[in-house]
Design a protein around this ligand. Structure first.
Ligand SMILES: Nc1nc2c(ncn2[C@@H]2O[C@H](COP(=O)(O)OP(=O)(O)OP(=O)(O)O)[C@@H](O)[C@H]2O)c(=O)[nH]1
Length: 366
């Protein structure tokens, strides 16, 4: 039986992993190769999986949610990969959560059960050039997280220094110098919006299949850009399954907190992070969410909030994909049939009571 190539994508929260994955999927679709995706999310809802379903509806996405495939979800990794293998893909992409340590994932891929069916082509690490040093100094006290951040660099054979548009060239040089202390052999490319040279990256996948590289002009997915506030979402009838509040979340539940500790299934497996937690806020119709109030609420959480993403149903704009990373907001219209919006927050020492209260304040009273 032919082994299926795997490309692992890791990197801290908001660094640009999904942006890179979308580019890789656009490239492989052109060849064409049948790609499948294992998406690991810290939150209870698969936001990144939904983004991929919208951009690449033909790609099979297997989601492992509410924990990391390096620790609390590790025991489910083999099963999820076997589900994907049953679809007979030419290539599997795995995107870890931003706080997953790829060292543990690679160890799992080397286990006989998986090593007989898969082989690793690349371990890619995406680094946020703007926030790399800030995160490193901020998390020095969190031993697990430091080990994870270093693991993301150590295991990579290809490092993408992304978000160079948001960092000075002096900062980018410093980031590269710091990266090289952990890994001085990986190929490294600096870029913005994860625009890396895809052809050499995929060459080891194409060569054994005797497939020619893609034509030079591949339509790349447009990077998500901030939308003007009067942007109107277009709704396209689609067969994509409805993505909204998961059935198991009751309407009265304002949110559910997920942390490494509460979800560690394997007590002998140390978590890849300790102080970070994730919670998902749900929008209950007919409440009307006000965009500006939501932005004020999220920025008001200050440095305790590291990342937010989700889909919001807005009274004027329609349904929008919200991305908040590195203090930057991006709103993008979506055609996904989202029935009820949700926003996943990932942060440190999140004050749940206050957050629940502030979330309620984001709605216009009817
Ligand atoms: N300014 C800027 N924004 C970027 C760049 N690359 C990605 N982004 C934006 O950063 C946000 C996060 O990007 P993602 O690709 O979702 O990052 P991720 O690593 O998958 O994030 P997690 O879901 O937290 O793991 C999105 O709003 C992107 O559009 C870049 O090079 N520059």
């Amino acid at each position: 039986m032919n082994k299926v190539p795997v490309i692992l994508i890791s990197g801290f929260l908001g660094s640009g992993k999904t942006t890179l994955l979308l580019r890789l999927l656009a490239y492989t679709r052109q060849i064409p190769l049948r790609a499948a995706v294992l998406m690991n999310e810290m939150g209870e809802v698969d936001v990144d999986g939904a983004i991929i379903s919208e951009e690449m509806p033909d790609v099979t996405v297997e989601g492992l949610l509410e924990g990391c495939i390096c620790c609390s979800r590790k025991s489910e990794l083999a099963g999820a990969l076997h589900n994907l293998l049953s679809q007979e893909p030419d290539l599997i992409f795995m995107e870890t959560t931003g706080v997953a340590n790829p060292e543990q994932v690679l160890e799992e891929l080397r286990s006989p059960l998986l090593a007989n069916r898969l082989y690793l082509v690349h371990s890619i690490s995406v680094v946020d050039a703007e926030l790399f040093h800030e995160y490193n100094s901020r998390f020095t006290a969190d031993k697990e997280l430091v080990r994870t951040l270093h693991g993301q660099l150590r295991t990579a054979d290809f490092i993408v220094v992304n978000k160079t548009d948001a960092a000075s060239s002096r900062e980018v040089t410093k980031v590269i110098k710091s990266i090289r202390k952990h890994n001085d052999t990986a190929k490294l490319q600096t870029t913005a919006y994860s625009r890396v040279d895809l052809e050499p990256l995929l060459e080891p996948v194409l060569a054994p299949l005797s497939v020619a590289p893609k034509p030079k002009q591949v339509p790349q997915p447009a990077p998500v850009q901030a939308q003007p506030t009067d942007a109107v979402a277009t709704f396209i009838p689609t067969t994509i399954k409805e993505i909204g509040r998961p059935a198991h979340i009751s309407r009265s539940t304002a949110f559910k907190v997920i942390s490494a500790h509460s979800h560690s299934h394997d007590l002998h497996q140390s978590p890849s992070f300790s102080r970070l937690e994730s919670l998902t806020l749900h929008q209950h119709s007919p409440q009307q969410l006000e965009k500006q109030r939501l932005e004020n609420f999220l920025t008001g959480l200050g440095s305790s909030l590291l990342r937010a993403k989700g889909y919001c149903v807005l009274p004027e704009e329609g349904t929008m994909l919200l991305q908040f990373a590195g203090n930057h907001f991006e709103w993008q219209p979506t055609a996904l049939p989202i029935s009820q919006g949700y926003v996943t927050l990932i942060g440190e020492e999140l004050d749940k009571v206050s957050i629940a209260d502030q979330w309620e304040q984001c709605f216009v009273s009817l």
